[in-house]
Design a protein around this ligand. Structure first.
Ligand SMILES: Cc1cc2nc3c(=O)[nH]c(=O)nc-3n(C[C@H](O)[C@H](O)[C@H](O)COP(=O)(O)O)c2cc1C
Length: 179
């Protein structure tokens, strides 16, 4: 499979990045190709809600979303990677998701596989409730097929994350992908 990771942490070598690298290693060992798109350092502007695209058509904004659109529509799987920011995904990742607006129908008809990789400082059992609900709702709406989530509780710093079992979980998620 061709897998695209939307890397939504501005810390390339942070905790989210650790999960992403482990996922990539596992997926590549299983024969997949993995491309990581650093959405935080790309030129991506928020949707302005003009709906000139009609939910499927050229966007009036000319930025790096055009490349992301091409890559996603040519892929078999998308991975959402994000630190938990105020109990949701990072604004940088949400900005990319909102821009799905201009290729909503195309994305819907691709039936992509998907996964969620995330980390948080908090370790309470409710830490990821809101993000999980959002991810599951997005997947349901846009006709993706969820292949798994790695929810990194208590992963507040790279050293905390490295000491946890979550990098291994991310590796196993990648390694176990079929298709
Ligand atoms: C703006 C911001 C908001 C955050 N919000 C939360 C939060 O709501 N809950 C939580 O447990 N941790 C929160 N954190 C902590 C990060 O999720 C955590 O430190 C994570 O490991 C950062 O990942 P990174 O190394 O990829 O940047 C927040 C951090 C920042 C910078």
């Amino acid at each position: 499979m061709k897998i695209v990771v939307l890397m939504g942490s501005p810390n390339v070598n942070g905790s989210t990045g650790i999960l992403v690298e482990n996922f990539k290693k596992g997926a590549e060992e299983a024969g997949h190709t993995v491309e990581i798109i650093d959405v935080c350092h790309a030129d991506i502007h928020p949707c302005i809600g003009c709906v000139r695209c009609g939910y499927e058509g050229p966007c009036v904004q000319k930025d790096d979303v055009e490349q992301i659109r091409k890559k996603l529509l040519a892929s078999d799987m998308v991975v959402f990677a994000t630190p938990l920011y105020y109990y949701g995904m990072s604004a940088q990742l949400k900005t990319v998701v909102d821009r799905f607006c201009a290729y909503n129908s195309s994305l819907n008809s691709r039936h992509l596989k998907s996964a969620l990789l995330t980390v948080a400082w908090n370790a309470d059992d409710w830490t990821f409730d809101a993000l999980q609900a959002h991810y599951k709702t997005l997947v349901r709406y846009i006709n993706f097929k969820d292949c798994g989530m790695v929810l990194g509780y208590g992963c507040g710093t790279p050293s905390m994350t490295k000491r946890s079992g979550y990098p291994q979980q991310a590796y196993q998620l990648g390694k176990g992908l079929r298709g």
